[in-house]
Every structure is written in structure tokens, then in C-alpha cells.
Design a binder for this molecule. Structure first.
Ligand code: GDP
Length: 369
């Protein structure tokens, strides 16, 4: 499964956020096969109101949402790339993730010590991004040395040329203090460096951890959030406003009290579900549905998956024996109240092997066994 790593300086609220994500997952559906694989890995459901809609049309007994995995990655400190603190451990954990969710402290609280002495999101981001860039630079230069050595077949030499070109571009970006993702690579170049697991090549989101009063207007009056948004816009990174503390406290409250508190804050939740959805989409994931009397279920695929590949997510046999996919767009399914109605209206399509599955497609696969 795809994983997002939660990173950030100490005391920014990572653990609070991670625990809230995990607790929230447990609370939402008692029958959901929730599990914690390791203490620092949590499987989190992606809330999706479309599931209820489909389920009520097809009279499903059960709803099974999509999930995404979060990994709480132990505190990164200045100097981690040089092995300070949990440095190396931190770096190898993050190398295995598919995306990075960087928690940025935007809340003031004199009782919670800030490692640098003051709340300064831009400074915090710079520290983290610099550590990641330095670690990547190390990987890049080791790889460059290796590729330049030894005798090679001409075929290998040609391949290495492509990778070296990519590494050179990435090196320039990293040395300029920018992430590897800012390097402009050709398709082949990008492919050639994929297995290096460069951290600054991974998609990233900033989670602005705010005070409860900042939730309603999404931090519009919080100068830290404003600064963060400006920087993120320059970097082309998405910002999600969340309050780890509110989410944690909500889990402790009886339902009715939780509802009243949220109402007084003027919000629907503490921002957790938006963070999960943003992470899902940052990972390049999208959803298709299957629905029937037994269950309505959200399946996770990568953007660009063909119908057989999407079928393969359910079972490899579905992919091997794929014949066609009876396809109805979500909106059509709702408008015509199910497959029967969609068929009569002529909006049910029979799609073949080349079909690229679209977000929200309701699918029924036909296959040979
Ligand atoms: P980590 O080191 O990044 O994992 O940070 P923790 O989650 O352990 O949080 C550090 C301290 O900050 C704890 O005492 C939390 O209760 C507190 N904290 C976390 N989020 C917030 C927040 O949004 N507001 C306030 N006031 N305190 C928070």
C-alpha cells in the first residue's frame, strides 16, 4: 500500500496528529479491519460521502472506504543528514514512503517549547528541507562516482549517460538549495533515478498545525499560516490547515459534546479529513467504486490506470481474464438511480482493455476465469 510519512521538527504536533488519525480511523467504523502494522504505521480511511449515496441506491449491507497509510517518522533535527539525533534511522524510514506530509507549527503556546526558541514556520521548513536535500546530495554524488567507474558495454554506457544527465541536473537543483523535484527531467531521465528514492523528489504537503480559533477561517488571521501559504505557493506545494489538538480532544469527548464544540468553533471537523483527502490526491491516487447488495466499496488506483489494471486491484484473476468493464460515471449512477436506469438512459458504457478509468467511475467487471 502507498504510504505518506509524517515529518517535522520536534514539538510541532506530529505524534498528536498521528494518534488522532489512528483514533479517528478506529472510531469511524467498528467493523472496519483497522490495524496498526507497526506502532508508527496507521491505516486511515478516506472519508467519502459518495459511498453513502451509492450504498443507499443499491441497498448495500456494508460500506468499505478507501485507505491510505501514514507513518509517524521520529523527530528530525538540525544535522540529521550528518547522523545527528535519530538522523540515519529517520532518513531510511522516509526513503521508503511515497509522499511526505510535513507538519509545520503555526500555533503559539508558551507551554510547548519550540526547538529553535520561537515559532517560525519558514525557518522550520528550511531546516527540514535542507536536511533532506543534503541527504539526497550525498546519494547523488555516491551514485555519480559509481556510474563513472568501470568498463561497460555500449548499451550500459548509453543507459548510464541518461542517468548521469539526470543526476547532474538534480545536483544543480540541490546545491541551489531547491529540492530535486525542481529539476526539469525528461521522461527517461526521471525513470533512471526513480530507484534512488530521493526524498526531495517525493510529492509533499504542508500541514499547518493551528490553534482552534484559526480553524474556521483557515488561518486567514494567523501570520504564520499566511507566511507558510506564500512560501508554499512559490514552491507549488499544497497547504492544509489542521488542528492536531482539536482532533485529539474530539476523540476524548462524548459525541454530543464534540458536536457542540465544533459548532461553537464554526467548523465540521479539525481538518483531519481534508488532510487525508489531500494526501490521497498528492499520492496520485484516485477512486473507483463497485456497488451491490453485499457492499459498496471504494477501490484505490493510480491516475492513468487502464480498466484491466483497475480490475487487478480487486484480484489478479480479474486483470488476467479481463473482458470488459460496465461503466457508469458516478453522477449518472445517482441521476438514473442505478445500473438499470443508467442502461435505459444510454449512459452505461461497455469499456475495453484500453479504457482509462476516471475518478468516481462505478464499475462492474466481466472476465474469464
Ligand atoms: P511532535 O514532537 O512533533 O510529535 O509533537 P507532539 O505531538 O508530541 O506535540 C508536542 C506538544 O505540543 C504536546 O504537548 C502537544 O499537546 C502540543 N500540541 C500539539 N499540537 C498542538 C496544537 O495544535 N496546539 C497546542 N497548543 N499544542 C499542541
Amino acid at each position: 500500500a502507498l504510504q505518506a510519512g509524517i515529518v517535522g521538527l520536534p514539538n510541532v504536533g506530529k505524534s498528536t496528529l498521528f494518534n488522532a488519525l489512528v483514533e479517528n480511523g478506529k472510531a469511524q467504523a467498528a467493523n472496519f479491519p483497522f490495524c496498526t502494522i507497526e506502532p508508527n504505521v496507521g491505516i486511515v480511511q478516506v472519508e467519502d460521502p459518495r459511498l453513502q449515496t451509492l450504498s443507499s441506491i443499491s441497498g448495500s449491507k456494508e460500506i468499505i472506504p478507501a485507505t491510505v497509510e501514514f507513518v509517524d517518522i521520529a523527530g528530525l533535527v538540525k544535522g540529521a543528514s550528518k547522523g545527528e539525533g535519530m538522523g540515519n534511522q529517520f532518513l531510511s524510514n522516509i526513503r521508503n514512503t511515497d509522499a511526505i506530509c510535513q507538519v509545520v507549527r503555526c500555533f503559539e503556546d508558551d507551554d510547548v517549547i519550540h526547538v529553535a526558541g520561537k515559532v517560525d514556520p519558514l525557518d522550520d521548513i528550511d531546516v527540514i528541507n535542507l536536511e533532506l536535500a543534503l541527504a539526497d546530495l550525498d546519494v547523488v554524488s555516491k551514485r555519480q562516482d559509481r556510474l563513472k567507474k568501470g568498463k561497460k558495454t555500449s548499451e550500459q554506457a548509453e543507459k548510464d549517460e541518461v542517468e548521469l544527465a539526470a543526476l547532474d541536473k538534480i545536483q544543480v537543483a540541490l546545491e541551489a538549495g531547491k529540492g530535486a523535484r525542481s529539476a526539469v527531467l525528461t521522461k527517461d531521465e526521471a525513470l533512471s533515478v526513480k530507484s534512488l528514492g530521493l526524498m526531495t523528489l517525493k510529492p509533499i504537503i504542508y500541514a499547518a498545525n493551528v490553534m482552534e480559533d484559526d480553524l474556521a477561517n483557515q488561518g486567514a488571521e494567523n501570520k504564520h499560516v499566511q507566511a507558510l501559504r506564500k512560501r508554499a505557493a512559490e514552491e507549488g506545494v499544497q497547504v492544509v490547515v489542521v488542528s492536531a489538538k482539536v482532533e485529539a480532544e474530539l476523540n476524548e469527548l462524548p459525541k454530543e459534546e464534540a458536536r457542540e464544540w465544533l459548532e461553537s468553533l464554526g467548523v465540521k471537523d479539525g481538518g483531519l479529513s481534508s488532510l487525508v483527502r489531500a494526501t490521497y490526491s498528492t499520492l496520485g491516487l484516485q477512486t473507483y467504486f463497485t456497488t451491490g447488495e453485499k457492499e459498496t466499496r471504494a477501490w484505490t488506483i493510480r491516475k492513468g490506470f487502464t480498466a484491466p489494471q483497475a480490475a487487478g486491484v480487486i484480484h489478479t484473476d480479474f486483470e488476467k481474464g479481463f473482458i470488459r468493464a460496465e461503466t457508469v460515471a458516478f453522477d449518472d449512477y445517482v441521476k438514473y438511480k442505478g445500473t438499470g436506469g443508467a442502461k435505459e438512459a444510454g449512459v452505461l458504457r461497455l469499456e475495453g482493455k484500453e479504457y482509462i478509468v476516471q475518478e468516481g467511475d462505478v464499475l462492474l467487471f466481466r472476465f474469464n476465469v
